[in-house]
Ligand binder design. Sequence first.
Ligand SMILES: Cc1cc2nc3c(=O)[nH]c(=O)nc-3n(C[C@H](O)[C@H](O)[C@H](O)COP(=O)(O)O)c2cc1C
Length: 212
Amino acid sequence: MDLHNIRESYKFDSLLELNLESNPFDQFQYWYTSYAELRIKDSNAMAIATVDSQGIPSNRIVLLKAVENNEFIFFTNYRSAKAKDLLSNPMVSALFFWREQERQVRIQGRVVRITKEKSEAYFATRPYLSQIGAAASEQSQPITNRAALESKFSEFQNKFPEGSTVPMPEDWGGFAIQPISFEFWQGREGRLHDRIVYTLEGHEWTTSRLQP
Ligand SMILES: Cc1cc2nc3c(=O)[nH]c(=O)nc-3n(C[C@H](O)[C@H](O)[C@H](O)COP(=O)(O)O)c2cc1C
């Protein structure tokens, strides 16, 4: 497979200090809102990188469900591989790639569990089949075959028919990423991309520009 000839040029926008929000959450909101307006499927997808107890990294997509009180919230299974990684090392890297606007946002931060009440409130708003799916799946655990998975799913559907309340599984809930750094990347012509980093120093965010 030879991909040498794939070459893009970037002209969509610039990211200059004079237009920068002083707070990275405002900057994120500004960029995210403008991306969401494009109505691209899974515009709230982000890659979350964790490392396990042996220092081996893993990465996967999850959906960002809220940014509130300076925390980025996503939901998952607390016994999944990612949750196990987070137990041994709560530091994560989150990554957004917004191709159509030639933008990338990188976040580093510490993860904490959100309260059960908050997770339950969100679980209750999920569509029925997503609730059943969460209840039936021991995420990241092996299973013999697809049929076994579907039979577990049907079992839960019989136990909790549509219209009844599906209880939130014990092992399911939200994590909140508390950022310590952000990098906003805007593609530019001639590979002279803009890279602005926000770093938390005490309670203040400071910015610096990195070479592309
Ligand atoms: C578009 C997309 C959205 C996803 N959203 C979530 C999510 O919000 N939560 C989640 O646990 N997994 C989500 N997944 C599945 C994860 O990428 C991953 O397969 C799963 O969480 C198991 O990861 P782990 O074994 O590393 O814990 C999503 C996958 C894709 C491609």
